[in-house]
Design a protein around this ligand. Sequence first.
Ligand SMILES: [Zn+2]
Ligand SMILES: [Zn+2]
Length: 345
Amino acid sequence: MMAAVLEGPGEISLQEVDDPACPPGGLVLEVEACSICSTDVKMVRQGQRDLVCPRILGHEVSGVVAERDGAGPRVGERVQIYPGVSCAKCPSCRRGAENLCGKVRILGFSLDGGFAERLAVPAESVRDGGVFPIPEPATFEEAALAEPLACSINAQDRVGVSEGDSVIIFGAGPAGVLHAILAQERGASMVAIAEPLEERARIAKGWADQVLRPGREDLQDGAMEATDGRGFDVAILASRDRPVDGSLLALLAPRGRISLFSGLPPSFERPRLDLNLLHYREHLIAGAYGCTRAENGEALELITSRGVDVRGLFTMRIPLRKISAGLDHAERRRGLKAVLTESGR
Ligand SMILES: [Zn+2]
Ligand SMILES: [Zn+2]
């Protein structure tokens, strides 16, 4: 079969490789859609903590069951795959936080993923409910976005985004836009996106109540104007260029919460913060990494019911053989989501 194989940072190429064998108790998926994530770009360009090379990347994947061994979905069924394969025994796994399992393996990171014609899904994924049948009318490409949407659900759960919250999202990439749609679905009273790039700020206008332009306008003035002088209840960092500092805290209302959704570059890892501001104003800063199976299921339901309508997110549909164009699309930060799909549906 054809696959895009990453040998090491900067070395990705299309290769003819052996078809994956069906794992005992697992299944083989015929990939119909695999969307490209900014983490894929990061892995290709510089590597990533959980990446093990050589590797077929791709963790936002859906398709048709081509082979199976044992129980689980039948051959021919349309499914979307939760990419995490966890131990099911450790304290994190037992409390439903399997994204934090110390032994977690991830399709597209430490196991082969969906930038290929076929994908082996291990027995644990089938056993633990990581293979999700795709209900009608969701298409393969919509279903592929269940994973990134689930990551947004995880982050918004950590900071309790709910009815009446005002929310500011940093970054109008695909993740930022998914956060905006999700926050609206949760009943946010107002959703703002802060985006310095011209092209993405223009895109953001279609998805948020307000778009703020850091660098062009005083963000604090804009934030206070947008929230009647209260500040935002929640700030979500869906961009690597936003440090956590006093000027970020100054945008928050009392009890304002910050979600560290994006991994930060080394220069932002050690902020200098007046922690007394957190003390007196009861702020909360919460991390978020990946998602759980339950969140994946919730995301697929939201997509299927169109409570979260992701159909407008795709700005590039390309076949696997044009993957480098898709990676460029994600890296140049002009459009939103690129998806590898032969049919587009
Ligand atoms: Zn991703
Ligand atoms: Zn575990």
